[in-house]
Structure formats: C-alpha cells, structure tokens
Design a protein around this ligand. Structure first.
Ligand code: PEP
Ligand code: MG
Length: 590
C-alpha cells in the first residue's frame, strides 16, 4: 500500500460515451513497459513495498513449479527452460538488486524491477557465449511474470478478461473496443482518443461509459484501484472518498432511471408538433446490435458499419460469411430498411493483416478508394449484399465518395456483381437503392451533380467535420476545434439539403450530430428526412422531434446561418432550444 492508494485524484478528459460506472481498474498493457506505474514510496512504507515484491516473486515461482509439474515427459526441454526461469527469479542480480533499488531510491516495486531489467538485459545480450546471450530473453520473460503478479496486466487480451472491471489503456483501437465483452467490462478510460473517434462510437453502441483523452490515466491509475468513470462529464475519479462514491452512486441511478424512462417512450412515433413524421433509425457495427435498435424503437438500420467483420482477423471474410451476417440483420428487421454501408476500411480502422503503412491514413486509401483499388474484395461484398437483399429492404451506402467517377465505377462493379450472380445461378435482388455518404467536403460542394447519380444521400458529420476543419477526429489536442456548429459545417449541410431537395433526392444523416437532441431543430429546419443514431439515443431523439415545429425550425435555421462564429450559434441555439439539451446524453459537453 502506498500513499497514492488513499488519495482521491480527479482526472479530466473527453466524455466518449455517457453514463457512470464504479469499479476496479484493469490496466491493459499494449506497449509493454510504458504503462508500468511509477511513484514514490515513503520510508515507513518501504518494508511493505519490498514484501509486495517478494510475494509477487514467490507467486511467480509457485506458478512455474505448477507448470513444470504438469509438463509431460515429451516436453521435458520446455520444462528445463522454465527451471532456469525459477533460478533466475531467485538470482541476486535480479531479485537482490530490485530490492536494493526499492530501498535506496524509495520507488515502487514495478518501477524498480523495470529499472533493474533494463540494466541487466544488455549485459546478457552483449555476451559472447550464445547460451548466455539467450538468457537475455529469459530475463525479459521472468520480468513479465513478476510484473503480472505485481500489476496483473502483462500480456492482457481484452477477450480473456475474467472479472468485472473498468479498462484503463493508453489507447484502444476500434477493433479492440469491438471485442469488449459486456459481462466483463463495465466501462473504459484511455490516455488518447478524441470525441468523434470510432472507439467512442462503439462505446456508445455498447452502452458503456467511457472517458477518452485523459493523458495521464495509465500513469496515475493502478491495477485494482477503485475508480469512478463519469462518461457524461468526461471525468474520472481515482480512489474516491466515501462522499464522492455516494454522489456517484446517486448520479448513476439517476442516469439509469432517465435512460429507462426514455427507453419506454422509444416506440412512440417521431411526429413533430406540426404533424410531420420523421424516420429515426439505428447505427450498428455488429449484427447483434440490431436487437438493441429494435428494442429502442428504431425504424430500421440507417447505417451498418460493415468493416468490423474485417478487422480482428488475419484474412478476408468469404462471400458466404458476409451473406449470413447481412441476412441475420435483415431477419430481425423484416419490412424495414437496412442500410448496408460498403467497407470503410483503413483510416483509423486498419485490418490486422494490412502491411501497407500509410503516413496519413485518414487521408489515404480508405473506404471506397480502397474498394476500387481492390475490386475482388469489393465485388465479394457487393455479391453478398445483393444475395442478402432478397430477404429484406436493403439499401447500399458508399462511404468517402469524393468525386462523381467513384460513384460511376461503383455502379459498374455493382452491375458486374449482379451479372456474375445471375450467371452462376444465385438468388439475389438486382435492383437495390444506391446512396452515398456525404462526408468529404468535395462531395458536399458537388452535391447537385452527385444527386443525379444516386438514390439518396446520407451525411456523415463525423468525417465531414474532420475533413472540413482539417482535424483528426481521434486527436485529443485538436478536439476543441471539433464542432458540428461551426458555420462552415452548417453552410455545407444547407448546401447539401438544398441540392437534395432540388433533385428530389432524400437527404439522411447518420453522423453523430444526429444523435444529439439539441441539434434536432437544426436538422429538421434543414429538411433532413431521416436520422440514424446509436441505439441508446433513439428514444431521446424521437422525443426531441416531438418537441419541434418544423416551420419554426426552418426560420430558426435561416437566422442561425447568418451567424459567423460558433459562439454566436451556440448562444442562439441555447436561448431558443436550450430545453432540448439533455445533460445525461450530451456527449459533446466538456
Ligand atoms: C461519419 O463519418 O459521420 C460516419 C457516420 O461514418 P464513420 O463514423 O463510420 O466514419
Ligand atoms: Mg465516416
């Protein structure tokens, strides 16, 4: 036990997913030693710290003995290596020096061990004798084993966590986040990450609280520390006092009651005060989430991010596998639209087996650019979609379109996919509505020309803001520049909705802006016909729609568009529609 253990520490970050959870921290060590905690240990606690180290070493030795005992005769060679590990664990150089370092430098056991290992490993590595050189690796293994018993964090895979914890990591990729098992993980906090990152989006889909961009989470929080995560406010409290804990419990209950209250109203229609009915759909990343969308009263799937079927694996999914996934979703949504977005790979969602490292992945071979470059991958997906389309109301949505030719090429490949299915005798639906994401500024600017090529537009504000403002949506340092209320963003939205109206092309929105109740009057005033949001926001957005009069909202948007700063726009929105702001879900709030 150290002094830090009892002191309450408040860390401020970015609210990634609303809600509150209270529990034990579990450090996910991705980059090895980087998350080894370092802290001072005062004179009176030194004995206890040394004991903690000795206990960890003892556990490591017991563990090795147990493994050796179970090793069969054929694997005697392996057991021998483990026996050398046992010897190393007791070695003066490692064991004795770590204890000395704790003693002399008044530092914690993990840090002392790390220091000693960094010093002795090169000694082995530099030896002439190959046998001794190999011992460097053993030192590393032994260190990991002790570290595991000190911090419990070595070699953690999110899939294998076996207790209810709150994950603490430097960063979690969207693919890793999508592996989180809800019965094990209550929430998570990360040092890096921005407000519109896919990692936050998945946390919202999973309905677990998350705080990102904390900077110092992994260096402050230790394994098994009790922490409070307030994903609504973007705050994490480490070692909370009795009082803080009691307040957090109350806020947690309030939040959950409120969520349950809204959930009950999810099936009421989203009809405005002047009687216009809006469609509110759900965004999903995994086929399983479709049930949550249905339960919350979603009118269909407005965005199915299909790339998650490609991420955490070493090969490409087959056409049959994809077909089964899509059919699963359609079976839950009979008679309702399911918008299957074609592969939006790369950017922050690289495949595990991708070897092409790009310098600026967000500006690189992402989404449709990748698909057109790899037509065999694209056609496999298009064929799976067309085959699945016979089981429901499918729409195809193409991400990252930046010029007309990309739409035309997509159409040609779609034709080719249908042709090949026909030739091979597969049942399929040949005519499927084809829409594009409006998420690159060039597409927004060219909306009137693009409208002639497609059946619908779906605005992706997450990327539209990223590319309009020239900010990486996952970078916490520029998160302050990320606002759907920037006048440039609003003008682009207006330009797109007008082009859609002129050409009779419906304009939908599936970016996160659609999931914030305060923005609903703006979207209705702009004439957006359909919103698609994360499942938990569906009831809330429907209830906001019921509070708005479209004609009034239209006039309001005209006034809003005359403003030239975010501050003016925010003020006008707040004074006119402030009641719609729901703090429990207002994820953009800092
Ligand atoms: C968007 O960019 O707004 C969007 C909905 O797509 P994604 O978040 O998957 O990039
Ligand atoms: Mg996007």
């Amino acid at each position: 036990m150290t002094e830090q253990a009892s002191r309450e520490i408040v860390l401020h970050g970015i609210g990634g997913s609303p809600g509150i959870c209270i529990g034990k921290a579990y450090l996910v060590d991705k980059d090895g030693v980087d998350v080894v905690p370092k802290y001072a240990v005062c004179q009176t606690k030194l004995e206890a710290e040394k004991k903690r180290f000795k206990v960890a070493v003892k556990k490591a030795i017991d563990e090795l003995h147990a493994i050796i005992k179970e090793t069969s005769a054929e694997l005697r060679e392996n057991a021998k290596i483990l026996e050398t590990h046992v010897v190393l664990l007791k070695d003066k150089m490692l064991y004795g020096r770590t204890i000395d370092t704790i003693d002399k430098e008044h530092i914690n056991a993990e840090w002392a061990l790390r220091k000693v290992v960094l010093a002795i490993k090169p000694l082995f590595e530099g030896m002439d004798d190959p046998y001794l050189r190999d011992r460097a690796e053993d030192v590393g293994n032994v260190c990991e084993r002790i570290m595991k018993h000190l911090t419990g964090s070595a070699g953690v895979s999110i899939r294998t966590i076996d207790k209810r914890v709150i994950l603490v990591a430097q960063d979690l990729s969207p693919a890793e986040t999508s592996q989180i098992q809800l019965e094990r993980v209550m929430g998570f906090v990360t040092d890096r990450g921005g407000r519109a990152s896919h990692t936050s989006i998945i946390a919202r889909s999973l309905e677990i609280p998350a705080v990102l961009g904390l900077e110092k989470a992994t260096s402050t929080i230790r394994n098994d520390d009790i922490i409070v995560v307030d994903g609504t406010a973007g705050v994490v409290v480490v070692n909370p006092s009795e009082e803080t804990l009691a307040q957090a419990e109350t806020r947690k209950i309030e939040f959950e009651n409120r969520r349950a209250f809204y959930a009950r109203s999810g099936h009421l229609p989203a009809k405005t005060r002047d009687g216009i009915e809006l469609t509110v759909m759900g965004n999903i990343e995994m086929p399983e989430e479709v049930v949550a969308v249905k339960d919350r009263g979603g009118d269909g799937i407005g965005l199915y991010r299909t790339e998650f079927q490609y991420l955490a694996r070493q090969d490409f999914p087959s056409e049959d596998e994809l077909y089964e996934h899509y059919k699963d979703v359609l079976d839950v949504m009979p008679g309702q639209p399911v918008t299957i977005r074609t592969l939006d790979i790369n950017g922050d969602k690289a495949m595990a087996h991708n070897s092409d490292i790009e310098e600026n992945p967000v500006l690189g071979l992402r989404a449709i650019r990748y698909c057109l470059k790899k037509p065999e991958v694209f056609i496999t997906q298009l064929r799976a979609i067309l085959r699945a389309a016979q089981h429901g109301q499918v729409r195809i949505l193409v991400p990252m379109i930046s010029k007309i030719e990309e739409v035309q090429q997509t159409r040609r490949l779609l034709e080719k996919a249908a042709e090949s299915l026909k030739k091979e005798g597969f049942r399929h639906q040949r005519r499927v509505p084809l829409g594009i994401m409006i998420e690159v500024p060039s597409a927004a600017i060219m909306a009137d020309a693009l409208a002639r090529e497609v059946d619908f537009f779906s605005i992706g504000t997450n990327d539209l803001i990223q590319y309009t403002m020239a900010i990486d949506r996952g970078n916490r340092h520029v998160a302050y520049l990320y606002s759907p209320l920037h006048p440039a963003v609003l003008r682009l939205l207006k330009h797109v909705t007008e082009a859609g109206a002129r050409h009779n092309v419906p304009v939908f929105m599936c970016g996160e802006m659609a999931g914030e109740s305060i923005y609903v009057p703006i979207l209705l005033g702009l004439g957006i016909k359909e919103l698609s949001v994360n499942a938990q926001a569906i009831p809330l957005i429907k209830s906001a729609v019921r509070a708005v009069d479209v004609e009034q909202a239209r006039q309001f948007v005209d006034r809003l568009l005359q403003q030239t700063t975010i501050a003016q726009i925010e003020k006008l929105l707040e004074t006119t529609y402030g009641d719609l702001k729901n703090n429990h879900h207002h994820i953009w709030e800092r």
